[in-house]
Design a protein around this ligand. Sequence first.
Ligand code: PLP
Length: 417
Amino acid sequence: MTDSSPPIRRLADWDHDELAGLADEYGTPLYVTDLDRVAANYDRIDDAFEGIECMYAAKANTGQAVMRRLLEEGANIECAAAGELHRAVEAGAEPNTLQYTATNPPAKDLDWVVDFWETDAPELTVTIGATDTLDRLEARGYDGRIAIRVNPGIGAGHHEKVATGKDAKFGIPHGDVPEAAADAAERFDLVGLHAHVGSGMLTEEDLHAHRRALERVADAATVVESEQGSGTLDFVDVGGGFGVPYREDEEPLDLDAVAATITETFADVDARLKVEPGRYVVADASLVLTAVNTIKEAPEATVVGVDASLATMIRPAMFDSYHPIRNVSAPQRAAIPASVGGPLCTSADVFCTGRPIAEPRRGDLLAIGNTGAYGIELANQFHSQPKPAEVGLEGGEASVLRGREDYDDLLHHERLR
Ligand SMILES: *Cc1c(COP(=O)(O)O)cnc(C)c1O
């Protein structure tokens, strides 16, 4: 059904009248998430990665509707926190298909996960990134499936804050993996190796680093298979990190080339292969609608004050991320250099500076594009901003996925009222 879905979806491709109608009905700032596009993105990457299992890394967007739709498309879900496992089960995931990647896991998460394994999910896979997590699991009575996260010593991605592959926090140094695997095989059911090199890989340079990192993972897998027996590893999971074009002049990732690289790199490894994209599946399926409140002429640019803020969508402030912005009320107007920012009293609260945008006027509706990954997932209440509402589009129908918070929600957990 989705063979022909275009690999890139731009803001101009959204139905502007429909967006205006949604803003009228549900208010702004508003996340609009196209669940059909989520499915199309998943199907495209799943098709390209033929012979490689394509899971979904939940943390990019743990929306119940997003996970439910991906489960319907046949995706298994990778979770990186106990809360994500809980959300995945609530969305309908079969517990035994889940994979839990433990990064410095809090005791409470391990308690929850071991209880979950005992009562509901005997086939759960727990991926560890430190050998002491093995001790902590054993102390809780766990002897189930274990995968070992490899730190390849090489990272990649759009920002140093997401290049996990060379950060000591993540995984076991590749040279130490055979020893950790021998230990894990003795005490648990060792089933896999795992690596996640970074996020937002798009450039040649990223892909080159990815390839070198995967070679180290393949070397580790070869050693483990020769020492522990070739049937030991059920899978090698090479993580996610596949980038999408955020800027108008960027080209989409060549998925076939990436798939070929992975397959070739692991040609001598018996274990089956998995990937777990997050961003790629959801990024361009969602946008933020925001209303223009204030226009101020400054010497450098026109300052456009909108009702979305870094509490709505923090990626520009946190990762210096570029997000396309379009005046969906009047895209035909001549562009002027505009600095778009929110109502928060911090200079980090800007979405763009001096960028050409079709002249915004008070009351216009702007769309901020590609907000599906790490967008609503990172929404917060800083500056006493209630979290925004989210509307889903599916089969031509719109429905509320998350209601808008109000000022009482800001005080929900405070006890001195
Ligand atoms: C975040 C994460 C992913 C997904 O990364 P994307 O860049 O969103 O594809 C996959 N695996 C692990 C372990 C992660 O932490």
